[in-house]
Ligand binder design. Structure first.
Ligand SMILES: O=C([C@H](O)CO)[C@H](O)[C@H](O)COP(=O)(O)O
Length: 213
C-alpha cells in the first residue's frame, strides 16, 4: 500500500499566521487543510492564496457542510480546493451535492463522520453516493472530553470500502504509526504541529514516522 498522505490542519483564524505555518511545514506535508474556523474567518481568499503559493500541495477546505451542498462547495472548488468536506449527519442529498460539485471540478468530496451515530452505515452510504474520502474524526470538543478516533478507524477500515480513509483527532508522534498500521490513507495533524515549539521540526518527525511505519 502507498504511504499515507500527511495533512496539516491549519486552525488559526489569522490569515498571515496561517500562511506562515504552512510555509514552515511545507517540506514535510502533502495536504494543507484550511480548518473550519479558518475558512469561516477568511473565506475563499485563503484557499486562493495557498494554491498560489504552494501549487504542488493539495488543499482541503474543511467546510463541514450541513446543507446546500453543491451551492456551498462550488465556489471553494472553483477557488482551487482539491477536497471539500461535508458532514455525514447532513444526509445523502447534501453529500450528493458536494460530490456533484467535486466531480464537476475534477476534485474530491470527503464525508466527515464527526458525531454520526452509525458511522459504519454512513460510510457505506457515502461510498454508494460516490464520495471519494471518508473522514474518521474526533473533533476538538470530543477530544477535550477524552475521546479518540482509533476504535472508529478500525471499524471503518475493516469494511474494505472503495474510498480512501482520512483520520483526524489529536494524532501526534506517539500515535501516528498506529493510525498508519490501522489502514489510514490520510493522516491529519493539527495541534501536534501548530502547537509544537518548532512546527517544522514536529512536521519533520511526523513525516519520518509515517515513512518508517
Ligand atoms: O477538524 C478539526 C476540528 O474539527 C476543528 O475544526 C481539526 O482540524 C482536526 O481535529 C485536526 O486537528 P487536531 O485534532 O488538533 O490534530
Amino acid at each position: 500500500m502507498a504511504k499515507p498522505l500527511i495533512q496539516l490542519a491549519l486552525d488559526s483564524l489569522d490569515f498571515d499566521q496561517t500562511i506562515g505555518l504552512a510555509t514552515q511545514a511545507a517540506p514535510y506535508v502533502d495536504i494543507f487543510e484550511v480548518g473550519t474556523p479558518c475558512v469561516k474567518h477568511n473565506g475563499v481568499n485563503i484557499v486562493k492564496e495557498l494554491k498560489a503559493r504552494f501549487p504542488d500541495k493539495l488543499v482541503l477546505v474543511d467546510l463541514k457542510t450541513m446543507d446546500a451542498g453543491e451551492y456551498e462547495a462550488t465556489p471553494f472548488y472553483a477557488a482551487g480546493a482539491d477536497i471539500c468536506t461535508v458532514l455525514g449527519v447532513s444526509g445523502l442529498a447534501t453529500i450528493a451535492g458536494v460530490v456533484k460539485a467535486a466531480n464537476a471540478h475534477g476534485a474530491e468530496a470527503q464525508v466527515d463522520l464527526i458525531n454520526v451515530p452509525d458511522k459504519v452505515e454512513c460510510a457505506r452510504e457515502s461510498a454508494r453516493a460516490g464520495a471519494h474520502i471518508i473522514g474518521v474524526h474526533t473533533g476538538l470538543d470530543a477530544q477535550a472530553a477524552g475521546h479518540t478516533p482509533f476504535s472508529d478507524l478500525n471499524d471503518i477500515a475493516r469494511l474494505g470500502l472503495n474510498l480512501r480513509i482520512s483520520v483526524a483527532g489529536g494524532i501526534k508522534q506517539a500515535t501516528v504509526q498506529d493510525v498508519v498500521h490501522a489502514g489510514a490513507n490520510i493522516v491529519v495533524c493539527g495541534a501536534a504541529i501548530y502547537g509544537a515549539p518548532s512546527p517544522a521540526e514536529a512536521a519533520r518527525e511526523i513525516r519520518e514516522l509515517v515513512e518508517a511505519a
